[in-house]
Design a binder for this molecule. Structure first.
Ligand SMILES: [Fe+2]
Length: 369
């Protein structure tokens, strides 16, 4: 048997009502900082469940609801000010990827006293501490509830940086798919495509193992039938997507992401494409590129997705985005050429199995648009 290292210190609890039912597993201090976006925590019912569970355990809380899409350092430090002022000793992130990633960064900055001017330049060290983190995901893409990553927008570098360290793994992830029932199909589409890209990039990673690959195949096998329903207007089983995005998150917790994410970040930063949509439109071109160095793995991924080839995958992604009313506008050739230089600079790509030339990066962009 090959040697396998699989590290996942997060306790995953799922099922309807798990936030209230399992309060003794996740109320990890005397006062929680609840980190949320503007509306989704309250609208989904998650905030009410979290505060009821805290009350039942005799714990207090303070709310920081200042997280917006693609959080930056200023939002992190606003949250830290609330945590310090209120004397919070653990952090509960409630929301999509942005509130969860912000909660993790806040937990580290507060515990470690990271000065603001060092924040985007430093990363958690192996011995670093963070306040205990609890994650309540309200979308089905990020997988942040089971990863050590916090993705923060760096306006200076005009991209996103990955603040990553073992202390950022949540202690507990609480998955109640009922919170997802009111999500617009556009958000389901974007986040499901993000989860699909996590599974695929994880499978191609040089750090992929037999175990993480099995999980990646399980994730794509679960996600694609729901994407087909999203494309054709059918009932979407959000609990399946919630499960699969956590599984895909467990994969990238071992492997990291790769080329698709590195190529997607400039599309998000410069063109405003939501993160998952930016990844989704690049997936077929990426599989086409990886087919040559990794033919058998590519065949396994296509088989697990139940698609005949990369053209069928591209057609599915196009149909999903059309059905959601979110067909992206193609950037100009000049813009693509500028974006194509960015991923090659990113550290992520250096860990990759096959290194594309700038022209091959352009081809992947062109396939997507
Ligand atoms: Fe992602």
């Amino acid at each position: 048997m090959e040697s396998v290292r699989f590290y996942l210190p997060t306790e995953v609890v799922s099922g309807p009502g798990c936030v209230r039912r399992m309060a003794e597993r996740w109320v990890l201090g005397k006062k929680a900082l609840l980190v949320t976006g503007a509306r989704s925590a309250a609208r989904s019912g998650a905030l009410e469940d979290v505060t009821a569970a805290l009350e039942a355990r005799g714990a207090a809380w303070a709310v920081f609801d200042g997280v917006r899409a693609n959080p930056d350092a200023s939002q992190i430090y606003m949250g830290c000010d609330v945590a310090r002022r209120e004397g919070c000793d653990f952090v509960v992130g409630i929301g999509g990827g942005s509130p969860l990633d912000a909660a993790k960064a806040i937990a580290w900055v507060v515990a470690q006293g990271v000065p603001r001017e060092r924040f985007l330049k430093s990363r958690p060290e192996p011995g670093d501490a963070a306040l205990p983190i609890v994650a309540v995901p309200l979308t089905c893409g990020t997988g942040s509830e089971v990863t050590p990553y916090s993705i923060i927008t760096d306006h200076g570098a005009k991209t996103k940086v990955n603040v990553s360290g073992a202390c950022l793994f949540p202690k507990v992830a609480l998955l109640d798919a009922r919170y997802l029932t009111g999500l617009p199909r556009e958000v389901l589409a974007d986040t499901a495509l993000d989860a699909l890209s996590h599974a695929i990039e994880g499978a191609y990673s040089p750090r992929s193992t037999r175990l993480s690959e099995a999980m990646a195949l399980e994730a794509v096998r679960t996600i694609v039938p729901e994407l087909v329903r999203l494309a054709h207007g059918g009932f979407v089983n959000v609990a399946e997507l919630h499960y699969a995005s956590a599984v895909a998150g467990m994969v990238i917790a071992q492997t990291g992401t790769g080329l698709v994410h590195a190529m997607g970040y400039p599309l998000t930063y410069h063109k405003g494409l939501p993160h998952g949509r930016a990844n989704g439109i690049l997936l077929a071109g990426y599989l086409e590129f990886m087919e040559r160095p990794c033919p058998t793995l590519t065949a396994r991924l296509l088989e697990a997705m139940g698609v005949a080839g990369v053209d069928e995958l591209q057609a599915l992604v196009d149909a999903v985005l059309d059905a959601a009313g979110t067909t992206p506008v193609a950037p100009s050739e000049e813009e693509l050429a500028r974006f194509a230089r960015e991923p090659l600079r990113l550290e992520l790509v250096r860990k990759y199995r096959a290194m594309p030339s700038p022209e091959e990066v352009m081809d992947i962009y062109r396939t997507g648009f």
